[in-house]
Design a binder for this molecule. Structure first.
Ligand code: RIB
Ligand code: CA
Length: 321
């Protein structure tokens, strides 16, 4: 019996890899889309295109939130292009979305099932809104494996990561929900670097989907090289799925994660308390005051077995025609 999974995403090149990975190992109850890499109109279109080119159109797609809960919408076309999935020449989708809003799809699907794993790999607007609208869904969620945040260095801001920075209030709702959380932040996902040699492994499969994935990761890597001078793009979102498939791929620590909502330079930062305090709640003498640790609320991925991660990815893409 396959584990039940819902993916919430903003495709997005690495979102595409996450979807292709999940579809082969989980009973994917649905995909909900959200603003982030591009507008939700474009991320929804891309979710449909990904399911169509991979032959996975049995998975329903529900279009979600257009804007964050509080702050104005900001999209990030540089990383993923004007379409949100630039690179491969994919036709316009012909399948339709589910008529429900993504938030309602999440609530309805979670209330109709038990023991569902949630994999948000975009801004957390849909998940945050669903938790607020129907708190009872928490009892139906086995765990949340999310791509977001970082233990230190950010990407869209010095200490903030895109998914959390796009909607910090939604992230705060998720991290304070009490639902078990696995977090793959940039400190982990930057290890999943799609170098040219790794990209070539997809083309070497000699399959139609292998070629499309090669074009997806190669285009994405070209942008990252342009922006940061790095040899390859990080396949951030696929890490959140790979951890669920093979827990031995990632070494993790458990600690408290707080989402900064107020700082001029730090808004959207995931403040990970890595002080390894053995007695949660024990008072720690800070400078001039007492700083008390807060109970752990997440597992934080710290070290990725990179070669086995890419083996899993390539072997999974090889399952497609
Ligand atoms: O910061 C990484 C996140 O934003 C990933 O979800 C990826 O899609 C990027 O756009
Ligand atoms: Ca994403």
């Amino acid at each position: 019996m396959l584990r039940k999974l819902i993916i919430d995403c903003d495709p997005g090149h690495d979102d595409a890899l996450a979807i292709l990975l999940a579809a082969k190992y989980f009973d994917v109850l649905g995909i909900t889309t959200v603003h982030g890499n591009q507008t939700v109109e474009k991320t929804t279109r891309n979710a449909l295109r990904i399911l169509e080119f991979s032959g996975m159109t049995h998975i329903p797609v529900a279009r979600g939130s257009e804007v964050p809960l509080i702050q104005p919408l900001v999209v990030h076309p540089f990383g993923h292009g004007e379409s949100g999935l630039d690179g491969p020449d994919l036709p316009d989708p012909v399948t339709s979305v589910d008529p429900r809003h993504g938030v309602d799809f999440l609530i309805d699907t979670l209330m109709a099932h038990e023991d569902v794993t949630l994999a948000p790999v975009g801004p957390l607007t849909n998940v945050g809104a669903a938790l607020r609208k129907e708190p009872r869904i928490r009892a139906h969620i086995r765990e949340i494996s999310l791509m977001g945040g970082a233990t230190a260095v950010g990407n869209t801001a010095p200490v903030s990561e895109l998914n959390v920075e796009c909607d910090p209030e939604a992230a705060h709702i998720v991290f304070t929900s009490g639902v078990p959380i696995k977090m793959v932040g940039l400190n982990l996902t930057r290890q999943a670097e799609a170098t040219p040699e790794r990209c070539e492994r997809f083309r070497a499969l000699g399959t139609r989907v292998g070629q499309i994935v090669f074009e997806i990761v190669s285009w994405y890597s070209g942008r990252v090289k342009l922006a940061y001078g790095l040899p390859g793009a990080s396949l951030h979102d696929a890490c959140a799925i790979a951890w669920l498939i093979d827990p031995s791929l990632i070494e993790a620590v458990t600690c408290h994660v707080g989402v900064e909502l107020h700082g001029q330079y730090t808004r959207g930062m995931t403040v990970c308390d890595l002080r390894h305090i053995t007695r949660p709640g024990a008072p720690i003498q800070g400078f001039g005051g007492v700083v008390v640790s807060e109970p752990a609320n997440a597992e934080i991925g710290m070290k990725l077995d990179v070669e086995r991660f890419f083996d899993l990815l390539v072997n999974t893409i090889a399952m497609y025609p």
